[in-house]
Design a protein around this ligand. Structure first.
Ligand SMILES: Cc1cc2nc3c(=O)[nH]c(=O)nc-3n(C[C@H](O)[C@H](O)[C@H](O)COP(=O)(O)OP(=O)(O)OC[C@H]3O[C@@H](n4cnc5c(N)ncnc54)[C@H](O)[C@@H]3O)c2cc1C
Length: 446
């Protein structure tokens, strides 16, 4: 007996990496970024059997600015990570600069609170995935999903075979009643199931880096709206410095583009040209480290985000704000919404009819994010015209009132309950633009 218990004690503890996934589950979520982990947490809280698989081991990096708006912080609290988030740097607002002007604009007061933050994604995503596991999701890190899609009788595509490949060549076929693709901008799940990303609508290309900085604990985000390349030409985007409070900052640049008006710039070179502009102000030392760049699909500019028994969320569904590149909050919020939709679907007596995710999920996304995305994506499209920003930038930056309103709208801290003029205008224009999209046959998430 002694020998048996010794063997059990000496056996390696199961970790997200070393144990095989099950052969079946109610919901398989592919991708444990903010969108997938949030969905897994909310589903597990409803008592649903959920497997959360990510191809990377826990604590992976993700190319990102690491910035969290007050709205994202509010969602972290809902997930039960208040204490964890409370120990991170507190960011009060933005220091906006450009066209000869500078404004310090605090986050607006409202139901989300006035505290933002910035946390390296290695830490943030680990905390979110561990939270999902703590709530009961079966987490398998280091397991890559491969999905084969088959055309169904309704003219859609459904996942017919799902295989998870793990360490040392391990493979497991898994059967799930619902598959969720939360696997990022390139979404292999989306590709297998017929997602299309419309690059004639605005998207962004951005690069981030880390730098050692004296002002690493400054409670303001630095945001430079007059972003110039090495030749001095203004680019349609912005440069950022997000203080991380750990001796370093996340420094990066992003530029908007469409397939007709591609970003005429190499973002890594743009980042290199940006560093000298902020070196002294932030007390930056050495050269940028861990420079990495990526595309950002934005504003719901994708079609095919759901089928009868599958759905895409987060970047895979284009859930990024076209005006500031923020996607973490949208992923977290969408995870909560998707859990509700999937729970209803699983209990529906007509899961392929009225309860089919094909119809319900795009409707929910349009209702929740449609108006602000429709307006933001039109404004972003205007910014891709080379003459637009130089023409309006100086006037816009000259007005503190306008910039305060812009921070509020761009930071996504306007809600349906707000009754003031700025939010009424933002919502009204948003609905108008959604209508125009519909008339032009370009609805979001269609
Ligand atoms: C340069 C840059 C700066 C940004 N700055 C900010 C910012 O400051 N604030 C902000 O809110 N947003 C920012 N964003 C956007 C933000 O990074 C994304 O919106 C966010 O990461 C989306 O989360 P997600 O969960 O949808 O996808 P991801 O975070 O990309 O997670 C997808 C996960 O899926 C996994 N995966 C992929 N394929 C498979 C597979 N086949 N099998 C298993 N797992 C798989 C990946 O390993 C990954 O962990 C920035 C983006 C970029 C590129």
């Amino acid at each position: 007996m002694e020998g048996v218990s010794e063997t059990a004690e000496n056996a390696p503890r199961p970790t997200p990496e070393n144990h095989a996934p099950p052969a079946e589950c109610d919901v398989l979520i592919v991708g444990a970024g903010p969108a997938g982990s949030a969905a897994a947490t909310w589903l597990a809280r409803r008592g649903i059997d959920v497997v959360l698989a990510d191809r990377a081991p826990l604590g992976r990096d993700k190319t990102c600015g690491d910035g969290l708006t007050p709205r994202a912080m509010a969602e972290m609290r809902r997930l039960g990570l208040s204490e964890w988030a409370g120990e991170r740097i507190s960011i009060q607002g933005l220091r906006l600069r450009g066209f000869g002007t500078e404004h310090e604009i605090p986050w607006p007061a409202g139901r989300f609170g006035t505290r933002g933050s910035a946390v390296p994604r290695r830490e943030l995503d680990r905390a979110l995935a561990e939270k999902a596991a703590e709530e009961g999701a079966r987490l398998h890190a280091g397991w890559t999903a491969r999905i084969t899609g088959t055309s169904d009788v309704m003219g859609g595509v459904t996942p017919s075979e799902v295989t998870l490949s793990g360490p040392d060549g391990a493979e497991q076929q898994i059967s799930a009643r619902v598959v969720v693709g939360a696997d990022g901008a390139r979404s292999s799940v989306g590709r297998a199931l017929g997602r299309r990303w419309h690059r004639d609508l605005p998207f962004a290309v951005a690069a981030r880096s880390y730098m050692t900085a004296d002002a690493h604990d400054r409670p303001w985000i630095g945001s430079d709206l007059e972003l110039r390349d090495a030749a001095g030409a203004i680019q349609p985007g912005y440069g950022w410095v997000f203080p991380l409070g750990d001796g370093s900052v996340n420094l990066g640049v992003g530029a908007l583009a469409t397939s007709d008006r591609p970003a005429n710039v190499n973002v890594r070179e743009l980042l290199a040209a940006y560093v000298p502009k902020v070196r002294e102000e932030w007390g930056l030392h050495g050269e940028p480290r861990e420079v990495a760049s990526a595309f950002l699909p934005m504003g719901g500019a994708v079609s095919g985000v759901a089928g009868p028994n599958w759905a895409l969320t987060g970047d895979a569904a284009g859930l990024i704000n076209p005006l500031n590149g923020e996607g973490i909050d949208y992923g977290l919020e969408a995870g909560r919404l998707l859990a509700g939709v999937v729970a209803e679907h699983l209990s529906s007596t007509d899961p392929l009819g009225a309860g089919a995710l094909t119809k319900v999920w795009p409707q929910v996304l349009r209702k929740e994010f449609g108006p602000s995305f429709a307006l933001a994506r039109r404004l972003a499209a205007l910014l891709t015209y080379p003459r637009f920003l130089p023409a309006v930038g100086p006037t816009g930056m000259g007005s503190e009132t306008l910039m305060t309103a812009a921070v509020r709208c761009m930071g996504n801290v306007v809600t349906e309950d707000d009754a003031d003029l700025v939010s009424a205008l933002w919502r009204g224009f948003g609905r108008g633009h959604r209508l125009i999209d519909r008339v032009q046959g370009r609805p979001l998430f269609a």
